[in-house]
Design a protein. Structure first.
Lengths: 347, 341
């Protein structure tokens, strides 16, 4: 692992860079859950990480935060957040980075928040740790400012509330405020609106997008919902079976998905223009559990266009712009890759 | 699903009619006992062979309505009529017979299947309970497995060995084992991955055609409701606020809540290619503190003074399409939002 000698400033380093990340479960990490995952997020960019359960999207998010569960082992690869290395960094240093360089928003605020502490105090804690020179009055001003920015009505009185005294929508706003208060370069948001009702989800998505845009925060937005992706993302990264299978800007991913899996994801939900009552597109089989993805392209047993080559993992190939796909038979008939992915076994 | 309605069924004959269903619960709070109105005056008529959708957000009363239709809960007032007979008047014996005709599929196939029973035992259990099993239960299990698209080799497995989609197929096999007439599906695919959801939706559609089933499909997923149902009721805080043929309700929603709900739902179309959504205001009130007048008025972008004071009745806004709004004929939340800037 090479440590960058000069720490780049927030403006020239990517907000997030992941290179060939390999994560496995079990004693020797034999059950591969992430396989040479690479991705890049520029400062201020909102990138959706999509896929179904067990595809590795949450594990990728936890890797970025340095919060992998003890049974998961990083076997190789490199992660930097705004120039700071994450993999192999001491827990003490990681604790400094969390809140300061990167912060996380979880699905369930009721579990993530301390039930016995006022929400104002919990937001303030990040500042007490990372902004030691701020006095109490300045911190209070900052907490109120961030609560206003995320659209909490009457923030002065809400600051003293305990989490259970707030509605689900307000709790989620508080958790977002907590993540944003120390102005990190990157927010990792793991299904932050999945548990909310449709009308509340719309409000929170809008508030979240407005606030991160105002602060120039980059976002890794983890979701399984292509509707939410369409709503919030500039760019999309699709994962399946512990691998990145396609990346692209949001318009071309929806208009011209190149990977058969991306296409299946989009086709299996009825769109407003899907004729009523028609059979929905079906992908046979089910999603492999983490560590049980088949060799080669992980989608090949379920893929309608797979052939013998698919037993080898294809390399990521450019489709123009920032769009890439890892498929021997991309759907749009684009150029298939000439090489197989470099399977360096980093055990 | 209406395309597959069997032709030997008279068009428009109701199989289930709910009249003015009300369900109130007594709730103990720190400020003494309170009454919670979960379902407030719900009426619906469900046509044989059709799919009837109930859609709404949490606390709207859709699952309580399902329990009332199944007679798992007794209504505070109102009645449910199944094939012309009022359910509450049934003798215990007749009730047992009726229970075979109405089945239910729940959201969570992990919680609704006994983990200690084999798949074969699980799907033939309803037959044993109602003493309808023939001599060859194994053959019956195989027949049901085939109907729901599972290999017969699954018969001796246990639920934990199955994927979520396979478990939901088992739950459906249990529901059809007694050859019911009506199945209430309460969020049947919400817990499944999207690529698996489509398999289950297509299975439900196929079974409806093959077995002449009537469905009540309860969901918060508007795109599925639009895709699957013939008629739909939109619920809010225990009330049906709009009801009508699904195509009409989605094409020309007459209640401001329906308009907001349709606009707020995330759809897989990039934001550059869809109109701006109408931002709903405020939060869903607790059913313990129902607003006066129209239950939606505190959040409604076009509310007037009358909405605070007078409860709007369901009335016909278009042919066969009712809405409970004082301004149902003209309500247009989007135009209002544009006018306001």
């Amino acid at each position: 692992m090479t440590n960058a000698t000069a720490v780049p400033t927030r403006d020239d380093a990517p907000a997030l860079l992941i290179e060939d990340l390999v994560v496995g479960f079990g004693a020797d990490g034999a059950r591969r859950a992430l396989n040479s995952v690479s991705l890049r997020i520029e400062p201020g960019e909102v990138v959706a990480l999509v896929g179904e359960s067990g595809c590795g999207k949450s594990l990728t998010g936890l890797s970025v935060m340095g919060l992998l569960p003890p049974e998961a082992h990083t076997l190789g690869g490199r992660i930097t957040v705004a120039g700071a290395d994450i993999v192999g960094t001491s827990e003490r240093r990681l604790r400094q980075h969390r809140g300061e360089k990167m912060a996380m928003v979880f699905q369930d605020a009721l579990i993530a928040l301390n039930p016995l502490q006022s929400v104002g105090r919990q937001i303030d804690e990040t500042l007490r740790i990372h902004r030691r020179r701020m006095n109490r009055a300045a911190r209070r001003e900052r907490v109120l400012e961030i609560l206003r920015l995320i659209g909490v009505p009457d923030p002065e009185s809400r600051m003293t509330a305990l989490p259970h005294e707030l509605s689900g929508g307000l709790r989620q706003r508080v958790m977002i405020a907590m993540a944003l208060v120390a102005d990190p370069a990157l927010i990792v948001a793991d299904e932050p609106t999945t548990a909310l009702d449709v009308t509340i989800q719309a409000q929170i998505l809008e508030a979240f997008a407005d606030a991160t845009r105002a602060l120039g925060t980059a976002v890794l937005f983890i979701t399984h919902d292509m509707g939410v992706v369409a709503e919030i993302a500039d760019r999309v990264i699709v994962m399946y079976g512990g691998r990145v299978v396609e990346t692209g800007d949001v318009d071309s991913i929806f208009a011209r998905p190149a990977h058969p899996y991306t296409q299946a994801l989009l086709r299996s939900v009825p769109r407003p223009d899907t004729p009523v009552g028609t059979e929905l597109h079906v992908t046979p089989g089910s999603v492999p559990s983490p560590g049980e993805a088949p060799a080669g392209c992980p989608f090949h047993p379920r893929c309608p266009v797979s052939d013998a080559r698919c037993l080898t993992m294809p390399a990521m190939t450019s489709r123009g712009g920032s769009n890439t796909v890892a498929c021997w038979n991309p759907v749009d008939g684009g150029t298939p890759p000439e090489t197989a992915a470099d399977e360096t076994e980093t055990r | 699903m209406s395309a597959t309605t069997p032709t030997d069924v008279a068009d428009g004959e109701p199989i289930l009619i709910a009249r003015n269903l009300v369900k109130r619960y007594r709730v103990r709070t720190t400020r003494g006992n309170k009454e919670l109105t979960a379902v407030n005056d719900v009426s619906m008529s469900i046509t044989r062979g059709s799919t009837y959708g109930i859609v709404g957000e949490s606390g709207c009363g859709k699952s309580t309505t399902a329990k009332l239709l199944l007679h798992l809960e007794k209504p505070t007032s109102g009645s449910v009529e199944f094939e012309g007979v009022e359910i509450s008047s049934l003798t215990p014996k007749a009730m047992r017979r009726m229970r075979q005709d109405i089945q239910v599929v729940f959201q969570d196939p992990f919680a609704s299947l006994n983990p200690r029973m084999t798949i074969g035992a699980l799907i033939t259990e309803p037959l044993r309970v109602h003493r309808r099993g023939g001599p060859d239960m194994a053959a019956e299990a195989d027949r049901l497995l085939e109907l729901v698209g599972l290999p017969t080799s699954m018969r001796d497995r246990y639920p934990r060995q199955l994927s979520g989609g396979q478990r939901q197929r088992v739950a459906i096999a249990r529901a059809i084992a007694l050859r019911p007439k009506l199945i209430i599906c309460d969020e049947p695919v919400s817990a499944l991955d999207v690529s698996v959801q489509a398999q289950i939706i297509n299975l439900l559609t196929r079974l409806q055609g093959e077995l002449g089933l009537t469905y009540v499909f309860i969901s918060h997923d508007l795109s599925l409701v639009r895709h699957l149902t013939d008629r739909v009721a939109v619920m809010y805080l225990g009330d049906v606020v709009e009801e009508g043929p699904t195509a009409d309700v989605f094409a020309d929603p007459r209640h401001p809540y329906t308009q907001v709900l349709l606009s707020a739902a995330p759809i897989p179309v990039p934001h550059s290619q869809r109109p701006d959504r109408i931002r709903p205001e405020g939060e869903i009130p607790s059913p313990l503190s129902r607003p006066t007048g129209c239950p939606f008025h505190p959040r409604c972008p076009i509310a007037q003074d009358i909405c605070r004071d007078v409860v709007p009745e369901l009335r016909e806004a278009r042919d066969g399409h009712v809405a409970a709004c004082h301004f149902a004929d003209t309500a247009d939340v989007r135009a209002q939002a544009v006018a306001r800037g």
